[in-house]
Design a protein around this ligand. Structure first.
Ligand code: SAM
Ligand code: SF4
Length: 330
């Protein structure tokens, strides 16, 4: 047991999120500026072989769950090949993906073939004009086609649809999403808006809380909570009549830091021990300067030991990290 990755607060780290690119084909209001961000130079981004080596080291330290994200992971050239390489890493139980879905119609079959187990698709509105308003792309029909394409593959389970919850916008989406969750096999989850927007325009009053959304939905379609799984980020509810599930991820109003088991790796190889970390640990430099696996393991253990106790969002003195969500890997 003592070989496993633990932090200085006694939390066991078993979940790694890897950003495979900082680039994206959308420009969501809460994540990126309208003009995009200066992209990393291609040579700065970890190669597939470098990512595989790091994932192998993490897996040897007890990481069992790997999520691939970005930026938009599907814009990374040949991405399904990377999924194939990673799904063969010994020790991983689960390889999952978070995507905006735009390229899923093209890639769903290749991703399934490569071994992806679970997929989250981010959709903030089921209405085309409102989807455009948030993402600055008129792409809802394309994304829904991608979702349908993915749903043809029962090997991928569950498929979740994630919506960011923003006051003044998402109230109107609550019932349509509840009905979507009831009429399809997709689990819908709302995520509270967090201060990770590139424009640094976040304020606490823009967060529509999970509890507010729960009440809106419960008034029309009564729901009841299911038992929470350890280290789960979502509170999951089922509709009382037995059709469908809906979840709420409440990092702002109900932080779940105390049993957080997650760490992140950015596209250029920086290890982040919290979504809101101010400090990062560079793994690319040792990777590229001939470090052994044991050297890299030491750097990882040291960084993880110093994992932040909690995120302090909404508390006095909170500092928003300089990176936006797209540059971290959400
Ligand atoms: N491009 C992919 C996508 O959109 O699914 C993967 C990367 S994206 C950064 C990962 C998730 O972070 C998405 O579900 C997105 O909605 C969410 N996200 C981005 N900015 C956020 C913010 N400021 N607050 C809460 N969630 C955010
Ligand atoms: Fe791109 Fe995802 Fe950020 Fe939207 S949330 S801009 S799709 S990285």
């Amino acid at each position: 047991m003592e070989d496993l990755l633990v932090d200085g607060h006694g939390r066991r780290i078993s979940d790694l999120r890897v950003s495979v690119t900082d680039r994206c084909n959308f420009r969501c209001q809460y994540c990126m500026p309208a003009d995009g961000l200066p992209w990393l130079d291609r040579t700065a981004v970890l190669t597939f072989e470098e990512i595989e080596r790091l994932v192998r080291i993490f897996a040897s330290l007890g990481v069992t769950d790997l999520r691939l994200t970005g930026g938009e992971p599907l814009v990374r050239r040949d991405f399904p090949r990377l999924v194939g390489m990673l799904s063969r890493v010994e020790g991983l139980d689960d390889v999952s993906l978070t995507t905006n879905g735009y390229l899923l119609e093209r890639d769903a079959a290749a991703l399934v073939e490569a071994g992806i187990n679970r997929v989250n698709v981010s959709i903030d509105s089921l209405q085309r004009d409102r989807f455009f308003q948030i993402t600055r792309r008129d792409s809802l029909p394309q994304v829904l086609r991608g979702l349908d394409e993915l749903a043809k593959h029962p090997e991928v389970h569950p498929i979740k649809v994630n919506a960011v919850a923003i006051r003044g916008f998402t109230e109107q989406e609550a019932i349509p999403f509840a009905e979507f969750a009831r009429s399809t096999a997709f689990q819908v989850r709302f995520i509270e808006f967090m201060p990770l927007d590139a424009d640094h325009a976040w304020s606490a009053d823009q967060v529509l809380t999970g509890e507010e959304l729960r009440q809106i939905i419960d008034a029309v379609h009564p729901i009841e909570e299911l038992p929470r799984e350890p280290s789960a980020t979502a509170r999951v509810f089922r509709f009382r009549d037995g059709t469908g599930e809906i979840g709420f991820i409440n990092p702002v109003s109900e932080p779940f830091c105390s049993d957080c088991n997650r760490i992140r790796l950015t596209a250029e190889g920086k290890l982040r021990t919290c979504l809101f970390s101010i400090h990062e640990t560079d793994l690319r430099e040792p990777l590229r300067s001939g470090a052994t696996d044991a050297d890299i393991e030491r750097v990882i253990r040291d960084a993880v030991w110093r994992k932040e106790l909690k995120h302090n969002v909404g508390e006095p003195g909170f500092r928003q990290p300089p990176r936006s969500m797209s540059a971290i890997g959400g």
